[in-house]
Design a protein around this ligand. Structure first.
Ligand code: DGJ
Length: 743
């Protein structure tokens, strides 16, 4: 890994064993992009990559030639209206009304490791050897504004980027666009991959061909959203899960975002990713600076699985932090779908006792324990236990749960308030709403103005009191509505464009303070399921409730899509009751568990209410998960067959030594007289001999990877073994153990 600057040609080359990123200082002093992709050799003059030619209707920079146009060259941080007409990376409104910027190269610095981004989540290095950071200093002398572009190259195929803008001038300016990443690729022969959906069907994989024009995903909801994840990938049309070029782009941010690709007339593709410029207007006073969130680019020559594995490792080990980062996650039981708001302490203890008996490790008390919260209309904001429900408070309940041999966890929705709450009655002006305008609600709740420090402080103190006063080992941090009528009473008119971003900074501040104060508490994020499942939150909460939909068939798609960017250890997954509460589908208990194993794993039902046979199954599932969760959550994850492509889905996890693997195979509908089936496995050691659970003999790694694992379905109809036919939504999990590893 290294960063080289070729003084004479003014070329930067960031590289490691996997990738190269090449940039050049353009003839007008701006920073140009030459190449991002598989590693190429250093030391050569790559300036020939700067292609320019006269073209009709182009505009040119220099008076005496018709070649150098910013419309034709690939750039690192493009500005609209300066012969470049594409969407810009930066737009600054200056005192005279101009939005033109002219950032010219001044200097650079190369350092080992990676600096922190103040107040923002970001990837990090633990030793200076793990990464190198290049900072390129540019300046707009006319406006007296400096721009710093930061690039950190890691040992893998990942490059982290962000930008910092400083106002050295005598007048304030307004930052209207400040993207985290601008990347001009030399062609457009890509398919665009996005993770989109809605509440209860988050992060479905959608693929389409890039075409001339703009394609984008975004959120303007104040959170990253169920609708679109702040992730996109561009893959070559012939690339698939296992081979071919794929570039992933991921934004380490939880608020409004834009991810777009713009293909121009010359088939150049500009990728932009960052805070959504719509409704963004950040006033930069003299001497102030603005740091954008971080974006991470990943290059893989080994298809989408290769890209995902790079993201998984980086996000699992160098984005997530803290005590739980590298630890197998406790098997939990959550009371929400078992009771909703209708519980008493006795009822909770009944659920907890059974779970403890079966080996569950953590009991989570969900919504409804505080203030006057007996339904959706009251209580949010009053973070004190309701004595009518919990006579001995959270302290007493937590003690009793610990007495059962389990840890205790608690639900909060810190950013919200109901009008029927003491907090709202005391501070009606603390909500986000536009004075004189109608205020919309979501689930009868309003969003607290987290752009205000006093609001965040108040919530912190309430939560600190609960968490510090009782044995609470886990927090589920929920967030159940989007922001409407965005406005902060604490900010002047010309700063209202800052509210969305300041809000998220407030959320990060509260997360930072609570995780610092309670370093051993496991935080799980949630936003009506997966409405804020993004890398920003992963920095504070190493796992997130991936979706409110825990139906096994739906979850296959949700978890498959989620795995494009996020590690299995971050994917909150539960076995819930049937008929499922979201889609009313019946799926077998074994399939619900077989899907949930590839996540953090837990239960969300009353184990007293299932049959004796199912209770035995649950005990076995818990034993299984305890035995294999290390490999499931921290192994290399491979998607083998997509639930978006057909009736069968499959994936697997392999440990670092390649001595242990778990394969999940899932068949949605049972058919009559089904074909024979095989699945080629991945990531095994060629010559190892693997024993497979439930099968005789052994199989070589290369046998399983090249011939495949036989998954032929149980026959149906006449001659079928009735005991083996489970009908629709069947699944199997295979454990592969290398019997001669190390020989
Ligand atoms: C939405 C979450 O996604 C659910 O799991 C549950 O916690 C409810 N909120 C509680 O109100």
């Amino acid at each position: 890994m290294n960063i080289i600057y070729q003084e004479e040609k003014r070329i930067f080359h960031l590289y490691n064993d996997e990738i190269s990123h090449l940039m050049i200082v353009l003839p007008n002093g701006h920073l140009g992009q030459l190449y991002f992709g598989k590693r190429i050799s250093e030391g050569k003059d790559y300036s020939y990559l700067l292609e320019m030619m006269p073209r009709a209707m182009s505009s040119y920079i220099f008076d005496d030639e018709k070649r150098f146009s910013l419309a034709h060259v690939k750039q690192e941080y493009g500005v609209y209206g300066t012969t470049d007409f594409r969407s810009p990376a930066i737009e600054i409104l200056q005192k005279n009304g101009s939005r033109i910027s002219d950032f010219r190269f001044r200097d650079f610095a190369i350092a080992k490791g990676k600096p922190k981004l103040p107040g923002l989540p970001a990837t990090y290095t633990e030793s200076p050897e793990e990464g190198m950071t290049l900072t390129v200093f540019l300046e707009d002398a006319e406006a007296d504004i400096r721009l710093e572009l930061l690039y950190t190259i890691f040992e893998t195929g990942a490059l982290a980027r962000s930008a910092r803008i400083m106002n050295d001038g005598e007048e304030p300016v307004h930052l209207l666009t400040a993207m985290s990443l601008c990347m001009d690729l030399p062609d457009s022969d890509y398919e665009w991959v996005q993770l989109s959906g809605a509440w209860a069907r988050e992060r479905h994989v959608k693929v389409r061909k890039l075409e001339q024009g703009i394609q984008a995903v975004d959120s303007m909801r104040g959170h990253s959203s169920h609708e679109h994840n702040p992730f996109i990938a561009l893959k070559r049309p012939a690339a698939d899960e296992f081979q071919g070029e794929a570039i992933g782009f991921s934004l380490v941010y939880s608020g409004n975002f834009l991810a777009q690709a713009q293909v121009d007339t010359h088939d150049t593709t500009r990728v932009l990713m960052g805070i959504h410029p719509s409704w963004f207007d950040w006033k930069l006073e003299t001497g102030e600076s603005f740091q954008t969130p971080e974006a991470v680019m990943v290059y893989s020559a080994e298809g989408l699985n290769g890209m995902s594995r790079i993201f998984h490792k980086l996000y699992r080990e160098r984005l997530a932090r803290g005590y739980w980062r590298d630890r197998a996650r406790p098997i939990l039981i959550n009371n929400w779908e078992a009771t909703y708001f209708d519980f008493t302490k006795e009822r909770l203890l009944e659920i907890a006792k059974k779970a403890a008996e079966f080996g569950v490790e953590l009991f989570v008390l969900d919504d409804g324990w505080f203030g006057q919260r007996s339904n959706e209309r009251a209580g949010l904001g009053d973070w004190v236990a309701n004595p009518e429900r919990l006579a001995d408070g959270i302290e007493g309940l937590a003690e009793e749960i610990e007495g059962l041999g389990m840890k205790f966890g608690l639900w909060f929705e810190p950013e919200m308030v109901n009008k029927d709450s003491d907090l709202y009655r005391e501070h009606p002006d603390w909500i986000i709403e536009t004075p004189g305008r109608h205020s919309s609600h979501g689930r009868f709740q309003y969003v607290l103005d987290f752009s205000r420090k006093e609001v965040v402080d108040r919530i912190y103190h309430m939560m600190e009191k609960i968490l510090g006063g009782a044995k609470v080992s886990y927090v589920k941090w929920d967030m159940n509505r989007s922001i409407t009528e965005c406005y902060s009473r604490a900010l002047p008119a010309d700063r209202q464009g800052e509210v969305f971003h300041r809000y998220i900074l407030g959320v990060y501040d509260l997360y930072e303070r609570l995780t610092a104060r309670f370093p051993e508490v496991l935080f799980e994020s949630c936003a009506s399921g997966g409405g804020r499942f993004d890398p920003g939150i992963l920095y504070y909460a190493p796992q997130g409730w991936a979706s409110d939909d825990s139906d096994a068939a739906e979850r296959l798609k949700i978890q498959y899509g989620t795995s494009f960017c996020y590690p299995v250890s971050s994917i909150g997954s539960h076995v819930s009751v049937t008929p499922n509460h979201q889609v009313y589908r019946n799926t077998p208990l074994h399939t619900r568990a077989n899907v949930a194993y590839f996540g953090t794993f837990g239960y969300e039902l009353d184990l007293n209410k299932i049959s004796d046979k199912e209770q035995e199954q649950v005990k076995e599932q818990i034993r299984f998960m305890k035995k294999y969760r290390e490999v499931l959550q921290f192994g290399d994850f491979y998607r083998l067959r997509s639930p978006f492509d057909g009736n069968v889905a499959a994936w697997m996890a392999v440990n670092a030594e390649r001595t242990l693997a778990v394969v999940g195979w899932y068949r949605i509908l049972c058919g009559a007289n089904m074909p024979y089936g095989r699945i080629k496995l991945q990531g095994l050691e060629e010559e190892y001999r693997y024993e497979i659970s439930g099968r005789e003999g052994y199989y070589f790694g290369n046998e399983l990877m090249n011939l495949g694992l036989i998954t032929t379905d149980y026959a149906s109809g006449e001659g079928a073994d009735r005991d083996l036919c489970t009908g629709d939504f069947d699944s199997r999990v295979f454990v592969l153990t290398a019997k001669d590893a190390g020989r």
